[in-house]
Design a protein around this ligand. Structure first.
Ligand code: PLP
Ligand code: SF4
Length: 424
C-alpha cells in the first residue's frame, strides 16, 4: 500500500469528503488552522465508517471538529478566513489561540537535562530508571490525533520543539547515569523514520554496550495509523530485522502501541503487523488516554483489552486527558474516569488486568486515581503514584478532597494534610 497523506491543503481531494456539508468542510478548515490535522489513505479508507462519520471515533480522532475550539476562538478564525485574510494574519491568529491552549502542559520544557554544562534538548529524564529520547526524524506522525498534547511540535513553533541528532550524547548520558535501565524512543512517532535511520541509532547504542541499559521502548501509533510499516513498506523487513537484532543482543524491546479505539484493531493489516513484530521477540504493550466523544465507554475498553490480549498484546495504561489543546471537548472528570476504568476492568479476566490507570502524567509523576472512598466521614480521592520524580512516593496511597468537577491533579486539594506529600 502506498502512503498518501492528507493535510489541510489537500483533504478536499478525499473522495468521501463529498459526504460532508459545506459547513462541515468549513469547520475542518477553521479548526484545522489551529489544531494539528493530517490523515492518510489507510485511516480514511480502512478505519473510518463514512456511512456514520459524524459519530465515527476514528473520524473524531483525526478530523478537527467545530466544538474543539471555544466559540470565541472559532469565530475569530472563521471571520479571518471568510474575509480573505492573508496567510501571515491567519498564522499569527492561530499562534495566539494556541498560546491560550496551554501548549506545554505538565512542565515538559523543564525536564531538559544537562551533560557537562550542555543542555540536551532531545532528552528528558523525569523518572529515575527511564530516559526519553526524541530523535529528530521522529517528530511527526502518519496522521495526527485531534487530542494530541504534543501538537506544538507540529505547528512550527520552533522553540517548543524538542529534537536532537546526536546519539553520542544519548550514549554518554546513559553511561553517566547508571540507574537508567530503560530508553524510550518517543516523538511524534519515531517509527515514522526510515528503517536505515533507526538502525543507525540502534547500532550505535548496541555497539556502546552500556551495561545498565536493559530495555528499549518505542512509543508509536503506527499500528493504528499505518500498520504497513511492518508489512509491505519498502523497508518493513529491515525494520523487523533491527527489532530482531535488539533481541539478539540480549535487550528487551517493548513497543508501546497507542490504540484509542477497538476499531483501530479491525484490519488484516494490523493483525499481520502485530504477528510480524511479535515474531522478532518484541513485546507489544498498549496505552491510550480516555476521551469524551472518542472512547468514554467502559464496555468498549473491556472489548478492546480483550481483543489486544487475543492478538498477543499486553494492555498497559489508561491515561487521563492532559489539560491542553481541545481539552474541554475531550475532558472527563476524575470521578467518571475512575468509574469507566473499574467498570471495564471488572469485566475482563486476569490476563487483561495488566492495565493500570486511570493515570495522570502530571508534573510530579504518573498519578493513578485509585478510588473514591469515605474516611472518617469525609469523601476523598485515593491517589497513588505509579511513577514519581521521587521513587519514595511510588505506591504510597495519598488523599485529596473529593471534587465532582476535578479534571486534573491541579484541581485537587489535599485531604487530612496541608500539602500533598510531593509538595514537601
Ligand atoms: C510512562 C510512559 C511510558 C513508559 O512506561 P513505564 O511505566 O515506565 O513502563 C511509555 N510511554 C508513555 C507515553 C508513558 O507515559
Ligand atoms: S500519534 Fe501520538 S504524537 Fe502523534 S498525533 Fe497522535 S497523540 Fe500526538
Amino acid at each position: 500500500m502506498k502512503y498518501r497523506a492528507y493535510t489541510l491543503k489537500t483533504f478536499k481531494k478525499i473522495p468521501q469528503i463529498s459526504r460532508l456539508s459545506e459547513e462541515q468542510i468549513f469547520d475542518i478548515e477553521v479548526v484545522g488552522e489551529v489544531l494539528p490535522f493530517k490523515a492518510n489513505n489507510y485511516v480514511v479508507d480502512e478505519l473510518i465508517d463514512w456511512d456514520n462519520f459524524e459519530n465515527d471515533p476514528i473520524f473524531i480522532l483525526t478530523f478537527p471538529q467545530k466544538d474543539m475550539l471555544s466559540a470565541k476562538h472559532y469565530d475569530r478564525m472563521a471571520e479571518l478566513i471568510k474575509s480573505g485574510a492573508s496567510r501571515p494574519e491567519i498564522t499569527k491568529a492561530a499562534n495566539q489561540i494556541r498560546m491560550d491552549l496551554n501548549p506545554n502542559p505538565a512542565g515538559q520544557v523543564h525536564n531538559v537535562p544537562e551533560l557537562n554544562g550542555e543542555k540536551l534538548v532531545g532528552i528528558q529524564h523525569k523518572y529515575n530508571e527511564t530516559m526519553l529520547f526524541f530523535p529528530t526524524q521522529g517528530q511527526t506522525c502518519h496522521a495526527y490525533c485531534t487530542f494530541c498534547f504534543r501538537w506544538p511540535q507540529f505547528t512550527g513553533i520552533d522553540e517548543l520543539k524538542f529534537a536532537m541528532k546526536q546519539v553520542d550524547l544519548v550514549i554518554a548520558y546513559l553511561r553517566e547515569n547508571p540507574q537508567i535501565t530503560d530508553l524510550l524512543f518517543t516523538g511524534g512517532d519515531p517509527m515514522v523514520m526510515k528503517s536505515k535511520m533507526f538502525e543507525n541509532y540502534i547500532d550505535a547504542i548496541l555497539a556502546a554496550d552500556i551495561p545498565n541499559l536493559k530495555t528499549i521502548l518505542i512509543g508509536t501509533k503506527t499500528l493504528g495509523y499505518w500498520p504497513y510499516r511492518y508489512t509491505s513498506d519498502d523497508d518493513a523487513q529491515q525494520l523487523l530485522d533491527v527489532f530482531q537484532k535488539i533481541a539478539d543482543n540480549g535487550l528487551n524491546l517493548s513497543i508501546m502501541a497507542h490504540f484509542n479505539h477497538i476499531n483501530e484493531m479491525s484490519t488484516e493489516a494490523v493483525a499481520q503487523a502485530v504477528k510480524n513484530i511479535r515474531a522478532t521477540g518484541a513485546v507489544i504493550r498498549t496505552q491510550s488516554p480516555l476521551m469524551k466523544h472518542l472512547n468514554d465507554d467502559a464496555d468498549m475498553w473491556a472489548r478492546m483489552w480483550r481483543k489486544q490480549v487475543d492478538m498477543g498484546m499486553i494492555p498497559y495504561y489508561m491515561f487521563i486527558a492532559r489539560e491542553t489543546g481541545a481539552q474541554e471537548y475531550f475532558a472527563i472528570t476524575l470521578e467518571e474516569a475512575w468509574n469507566i476504568f473499574r467498570k471495564a476492568y471488572s469485566q475482563v479476566s486476569g490476563v487483561c488486568r495488566t492495565v493500570r490507570g486511570p493515570s495522570m502524567s502530571a508534573n510530579p509523576g504518573k498519578v493513578q486515581v485509585a478510588g473514591i472512598t469515605e474516611i472518617n466521614g469525609e469523601k476523598v480521592f485515593v491517589l497513588n503514584f505509579i511513577q514519581g520524580r521521587n521513587n519514595e512516593w511510588v505506591g504510597q496511597p495519598f488523599f485529596a478532597k473529593y471534587d465532582a468537577k476535578a479534571l486534573w491533579l491541579d484541581d485537587l486539594k489535599p485531604a487530612f494534610a496541608d500539602k500533598f506529600m510531593y509538595e514537601e
